[in-house]
Design a protein around this ligand. Structure first.
Ligand code: FES
Ligand SMILES: [Fe+2]
Length: 434
């Protein structure tokens, strides 16, 4: 039995109990509170360009199917037959005129309506097909091509939910006229770790890069490697965090200076389009083509590398990563392909840097099998200092690039949803608020 939720995240003492990562009880509550209340990334509009196009995804462990409607709009449904609960659509992606359940053949239209029932006469006259359509995902909205779903009728609109993190997301999805598209399908793989490890890391942890990724980064070093340009100078970086639990970190730059693992052709594209991107985003934001980010609870991305992913929870001890390569629609095919190559080489299922992260998460999760380890508080006290450089147009809070502020902000939101208490009730006095 885990301690009360309030005791698992102690923001006054800067301690978090590993129970948040391994308790079944905590996980069940997360599914009912966090994942039932938050906007969750389902996919990208470019995956369903035409009427009848669909792809499947999940909201926590609820399977869903997203369908382009005949009028061009989008709908998402719980992918569960109303007869005996079978997964109606078993293809991961495709185009359809209707969805026939493989079990007994109930057939649903693109709008989720129950259209045909074999031996319908056996149900008698009172049977009303209209009451047995697929359960629709309560809210479905898009933000610049990204499709989000939410089960909470009262949720604020997605733009409001993203809040001040949209400023950072726009670096990825609004660099150029024409927006973005995803290419090369969705890469899916399992990691034996809790979903919050990657979500928190992408929100808050630049700190790990210098040790966890050092070997891989050395392999990528160009011959003319300049440590002044590529070094992780704390003074040139910042971490941001915003209301709602979102956060990220990056290094400032005067000109686009992508990470060493980004394919050289993709690097050139980021430099060649800098002026146009600057007109949309301002020079400071357009120049920062690297960084890690999380939109609460489980959507993350790396700017420049252009990997966008969701950490789907599969119980407390496993995640299914769904990763897209996202590119500027305006880019020529060979440039898009360069982004795909670079993203896969570094952060694909067998990517060189992806292995480093996964290895650490899996090992942590293994350590937590120990009954003492599973209750041994973890330190979230890296809070000193402020960001040396201010972000001119962002309303987010900022701190040093190596800090736990964004992680604490992530867990503050987590606690708020898990306990039903307001932000004000949870707010601790010691936190650095940028
Ligand atoms: S479970 Fe779908 S038709 Fe029976
Ligand atoms: Fe990493």
């Amino acid at each position: 039995m885990a301690a009360p939720i309030e005791e698992l995240v102690d923001l006054d003492r800067n301690e978090i109990s590993p129970q948040v990562y391994c308790s079944e009880e905590v996980y069940r509550r997360e599914v009912e509170t966090i994942f039932a209340k938050s906007w969750l990334l389902l996919g990208h509009e470019s995956q369903v360009p035409k009427a009848g196009d669909f792809f499947t995804s999940s909201m926590a462990e609820d399977p869903v199917v997203v369908v382009r409607q005949r009028d061009g709009s989008l709908r998402a449904f719980l992918n569960q037959c109303r007869h005996r609960g079978m997964r109606v659509c078993r293809s991961e992606v495709g185009s359809a005129r209707s969805f026939m359940c493989p079990y007994h053949g109930w057939t649903y239209g693109l709008e989720g309506d129950l259209k045909a029932v074999p031996h319908e006469e056996q149900y008698g006259e009172g049977f009303d097909k209209q009451s047995w359509g697929l359960r629709q995902v309560t809210r479905l909205e898009t933000y610049k091509g990204l499709i989000f779903g939410c089960w909470d009728e009262d949720a604020v609109p997605i733009e409001e939910y993203l809040g001040d993190s949209a400023y950072y997301l726009d670096q990825l999805v609004d660099r150029l006229e024409g927006g973005t598209e995803v290419i090369g399908g969705v890469h899916k793989w399992l990691i034996d770790c809790n979903w919050k490890m990657p979500a928190e890391q992408f929100a808050s942890d630049m700190y790990h890069a210098a040790s966890a990724h050092v070997s891989a980064v050395q392999v990528f070093m160009p011959e003319d490697y300049d440590p002044q340009v590529h070094s992780m100078d704390q003074r040139k970086g910042a971490q941001f965090w915003t209301e709602g639990g979102h956060g990220g970190g990056y290094f400032f730059a005067d000109t686009p200076n992508p990470a060493v693992w980004v394919d050289p052709v993709a690097q050139d594209w980021l430099r060649d389009t800098f002026d146009e991107a600057s007109e949309r985003l301002g020079r400071s934001r357009a120049a920062r083509v690297s960084g890690h980010n999380t939109v609460f609870p489980n959507m993350s991305w790396l700017n420049g590398t252009n990997t966008l992913r969701v950490w789907h929870p599969r119980g407390p001890n496993q995640i299914e990563v769904w990763a897209w390569v996202i590119v500027d629609t305006a880019a020529p095919v060979h440039v898009k392909d360069a982004f795909r190559r670079g993203a896969l080489r570094a952060f694909g299922p067998s990517g060189m840097l992806e292995q480093d992260d996964g290895e650490n998460w899996v090992e942590v999760q293994k350590v937590l099998r120990g009954s003492t380890a599973a209750h041994n508080p973890l330190c979230y006290g890296m809070l000193e200092g402020r960001a040396d450089q201010a972000e001119p147009d962002s309303a987010a809070s900022h701190g040093p690039v190596f800090s736990d502020n964004a992680a604490r902000n992530f867990y503050r939101r987590w606690l708020e949803l898990m306990t039903g208490k307001s932000q004000r009730e949870i707010e601790d006095r010691g936190v650095v608020n940028g």
